[in-house]
Design a protein around this ligand. Sequence first.
Ligand code: BTN
Length: 321
Amino acid sequence: MKESVLRLLKKGYPGFVSGEAICRSLGVSRTAVWKHIRALREAGYGIEAQPHAGYRLINIPDRLYAEEIAAGLPTGLIGCRIYHYTSLVSTNRTARELAGREAPDGTLVVAEEQTGGRGRLGRGWYSPCGKGIWCSVILHPPVNPVDAPPLTMLAAVAVCSALRRAAGVEAGIKWPNDLLVNGKKICGILTELSAEMERINFLITGMGINLNLTAADLPAELRTTATSVLIETGRPVSRVAVLQAVLTELEHWYLLWLQDGFAPVLARWKEFSVTLGRPVRVASLKESWTGLAEDVDENGALLLRLPAGELKKVVSGEVSL
Ligand code: BTN
């Protein structure tokens, strides 16, 4: 019900909406309206009240509330259900629990902060309150588990497009799915799969996108390797607007992948790549190689030209440029 009051205030913005009009439109008492206004103020909405004019919205909090994300979101699938939390250990962990309880395809889990954000290869992910997008999307792709790995590169394409379009940064993709700006990491993606031999139960795509962190917000050990939109452009960006762009792009590329396969996604991935054509070092869990990152194959594996001329196919690992 407080969402309906908010909708009316937004419709009336920047003017006043009378208490009586709200009561009439929602079929509730003056006391009920007042209670909802109080709840909205507690959630951070600025609402002016004037005895004869009614209520007027004066500001919207910088929070990733479900109703703010959903307002005007053009997607049908991704973000069809949104769970917002002030604080979580890890959105991937909560998404996994929700997926086990039948959360539908496209469900979004988002938190203002993570106290135990997880990264790839057992690392952590720094996720301070209100400074970025820390979120996970639950998917149920109707494919065999062996065909799921491209989804992690697909997510990178989606976030890269969204950052270029909605945040004005020239992000590029380091194989397989790190997003860099000027050589520093701005977004990391952690994809986790729950599957049986021939069937995917669910897949979680967790995205950590650094938006409004200053250099001073970053722990000293990350300052040389990490960046944010604010650091790169000097301007803070609307977290809601960037998240809406991410969800929109994710839906576009996901539906295209289901319909036409991985080739169109891979073509865009190559356009965004900052790895291909460069000398790199690749470390897997057991080995490491240096060579020229020549290409990726049709499944997204990195094709590395070793100094002796051999072409080495790498399916997982960490690239250093
Ligand atoms: C990486 O190491 O590059 C991947 C980082 C992924 C971080 C995101 S933040 C939201 C989601 N929840 C997590 O615990 N991790 C992912």
